[in-house]
Design a protein around this ligand. Structure first.
Ligand code: ADP
Ligand code: ZN
Length: 693
């Protein structure tokens, strides 16, 4: 086994690096010694080295499983620059090239082979790899395997079944984003044997996080104002919808170079925007979540969220793109109570109620029937039916054979599905709790990820730790009435330290309705920012449920007598909560009406040419057989019909079809366009590795 000195000398000789970064050495040693490893470190921390170095040290081929072609190409290019033999097999390469790579692999000529997870579904391919076992298997973006994560990808589910073929090689699973629950799930799904865990480095010392409550109507102006200061650029703004991304980019464009980036744009135009941003020709990019994976631009000064994200994991990844160069940077989150409705709407679409799944499950028989027949029998909208069947399949309630026929699976799907649906709700709840919390923002995030060695100290630069340094939030001194009320809170705690915040609220008259809870929370926040009060989470059990609440304690500073409340406390200088709420309500109801109307329009969409529909179905069936996945995993019926109706001739037009994302276009765009054109671009012609080289 390679000893520490051997690793150190490889680090210098092969990678040209002067020394290890924190935790890299320990992780490399564990992997080199043949242990399974789970590595959770933020983007940019240097995870790649933790498979590359031990892979070389073990002498043989390291197999790397990676979800994106761009990431693979990037890594292969970097390894080749170092003079290493690195290759990749993915859908963007022709058959001859893939064949050659397979031969090289079997001859033992490769140091690294990169493949996409879905390759392991191609008949014979895992067996081919197993003919000459890798010395190490590395799984990148490993959180994609977990339902509990924020970026679950069905292709990753294949890994658990196929990886045992490639053992006894050790396995390293890497991700920049996994809560303790997701970490456990990764370990279980990948079959890691008692893995060494390295979970480190979540505290960012040059990033000031700021959270401001604003109605959707206020946000655009805020963004404009914020980014008008040149020192806040380059910047990434995350918008909630494609439309909002366009609108914001248009608003900013007269004052600075800004452009939108989202999945509805033509691939070429999107690549241009990204390239311009990386090259510094574009200062602000206004993106939907489609932007950012694998982006390594060191000098991003500001990341703005124009709405609350669905999960804190996703949020942390996105703000992590600021300040890679170590210079001071800011992350600003704008949110309000109105954001909740948006998220709840999408949750309902993506996770239909269990009753809807039940109605599909009931119609399933013990013998296989065609999907189309089933859809007619259950009388659901095609989109809802597609989602429901997909979820049933994922949780075992429906079994789908290679012919695309469906039959009933065990009834045990219900519990796991409910659990997952609840989990999505909890994740959203956690995001709101973060936004509404009174404590240090960075500390909140670090604790969320279960960082093993964090100091637990406040960051000193977020909107809580340093109110004066805020980019968006504004504060004011308390008025005479407010000062009196703040003193009452301090008195209550002097009387009895550790009261729950609810008890204090009641003591101050909250029960009788004279005091708005929101206002009271602002006072608490002010006392926390002043450093006089600290809050701690607590919980109790009631009727089998865990109820969370907070206790308030005076700090040493807060116990001093003669505190000057007016000078020491900063309260938010923002419209009153009641004003906000009525505005938010109006907007939410308008938005709901708009959504209902556009749903209707989609349902009324043009009739599709039946011949084209049939051709697309035939292609989809062949593709789903080839990959051994259900047809809707390739294309939902709704999407298929929309493609047939739109009859796109270009990738851009295909991407504009609802339901088609960049990943699908990248993977199947050429084939689908071929089918639509009516030429003979049959699935059998697509490049793929041959099982027998
Ligand atoms: P991650 O995969 O965690 O996002 P990478 O592996 O891509 O991070 O590494 C980020 C950058 O840090 C790369 O440019 C890499 O070359 C550099 N790097 C990694 N380890 C070291 C090291 N020990 N010393 C100096 N630079 C390093
Ligand atoms: Zn802080």
């Amino acid at each position: 086994m390679p000893d520490a000195r051997a690793l150190d000398s490889l680090l210098r000789s092969r990678f040209g690096l002067p020394g290890f970064r924190p935790y890299q050495e320990a992780a490399c040693q564990a992997v080199a010694a043949g242990r399974d490893v789970l590595l959770v470190m933020p983007t940019g921390a240097g995870k790649s080295l933790c498979y590359q170095l031990p892979g070389l040290a073990r002498g043989g081929t390291t197999l790397v499983i990676s979800p994106l072609i761009a990431l693979m190409e990037d890594q292969v290019a970097k390894l080749r620059e170092l003079g290493l033999e690195a290759e990749r097999i993915h859908s963007g390469r022709d058959r001859e090239a893939s064949r050659r790579v397979c031969r090289d692999y079997l001859d033992g000529r490769l140091d690294f082979l990169f493949i996409a997870p879905e390759r392991l579904a191609v008949a014979g391919f895992p067996e081919l790899l197993a003919k000459r076992k890798p010395v190490l298997v590395a799984v990148d973006e490993a959180h994609c395997i977990s339902h509990w994560g924020h970026d679950f990808r069905p292709d990753y589910r294949l890994l658990g079944g196929r990886l045992p073929l490639l053992r006894p090689a050790p396995l390293i699973a890497m991700t920049a984003t996994a809560t303790p629950q997701v970490q456990d799930d990764i370990a279980q799904q990948l079959g890691l044997a008692d893995p060494a865990r390295f979970i480190h480095g979540f505290r960012r010392t040059n990033l000031g996080v700021e959270v401001a409550e604003q109605t959707p109507a206020e946000r655009h102006e805020t963004v404009e104002h914020l980014l008008a200061q040149p020192e806040r650029r380059p910047a990434i703004v995350y918008a909630r919808t494609r439309k909002e991304a366009e609108a914001l980019a248009a608003l900013l464009a007269p004052r600075m170079s800004a452009a939108a980036y989202h999945a509805g744009m033509a691939a070429g135009a999107r690549d241009q925007v990204q390239a311009d941003f990386l090259a510094g020709a574009l200062e602000v990019i206004v993106a939907t979540i489609a932007f950012g994976m694998g982006i390594d631009k060191p000098d991003v000064r500001t990341v703005v969220h124009a709405g609350i994200p669905a999960t804190l994991e996703g949020y942390y990844q996105e703000i992590g793109r600021a300040g890679r160069d170590g210079q001071p940077s800011r992350a600003v989150l704008l949110y309000s109570w109105a954001d909740r409705r948006n998220h709840e709407y999408f949750l309902g679409v993506n996770f239909p109620p269990a009753e809807v799944l039940e109605s599909v499950h009931r119609k399933l028989g013990p013998s296989p029937q065609p999907e189309d027949e089933l859809r007619e029998a259950v009388r659901l909208e095609p989109e809802v039916f597609g989602k429901a069947l997909e979820k049933l399949w994922m949780h075992g309630g429906a079994e789908i054979d290679g012919e695309g026929n469906v039959r009933r699976g065990p009834a045990a799907w219900r519990g796991p599905y409910q659990a997952l649906r609840n989990h999505r709700e909890v994740q959203l709840e956690m995001a709101f709790r973060f936004a509404e919390a009174h404590g240090c923002r960075m500390l909140h995030l670090v604790r969320h990820f279960g960082d093993q060695e964090d100091s637990g100290a406040p960051c000193g630069q977020c909107d809580v730790c340093e109110p004066q340094g805020c980019a968006v939030r504004r504060f004011r001194a308390p008025g005479p009435h407010e000062a009196g009320r703040l003193e009452q809170v301090l008195d209550a705690l002097l009387d009895r330290d550790g009261l729950s915040t609810g008890q204090i609220f009641r003591q101050l008259g909250g029960e009788t309705g004279d005091l708005d809870r929101k206002l009271f929370e602002q006072w608490l926040g002010g006392l926390v920012r002043a450093g006089w009060v600290r809050l701690e989470a607590d919980s109790f059990e009631k009727d089998g449920r865990t109820i969370a609440f907070q206790r308030a304690y005076l700090t040493r500073e807060g116990r001093r007598s003669g505190l000057d409340v007016v000078a020491g406390v900063h309260l938010p200088d923002e419209p009153s909560a009641a004003e906000r709420r009525s505005l938010a309500k109006k907007r939410a109801s308008a938005a709901r009406k708009g959504a209902a109307a556009s749903g209707q329009r989609a349902a009324d969409s043009a009739e599709a040419d039946p011949e084209r529909v049939e051709a697309l179905r035939a292609w989809r069936l062949a593709e789903s057989r080839r990959l051994a996945v259900p047809a809707f995993h390739v294309l939902h019926e709704r999407t298929l019909l929309a493609i047939a109706a739109a009859a796109p001739r270009t990738e851009a037009a295909l991407l504009a079809v609802p339901g088609m994302g960049p990943a699908k276009v990248q993977r199947w765009g050429a084939e689908i366009l071929g089918v639509v054109r009516g030429c003979s671009d049959a699935p059998g012609d697509r490049p793929r590795p041959s099982p027998s080289p």
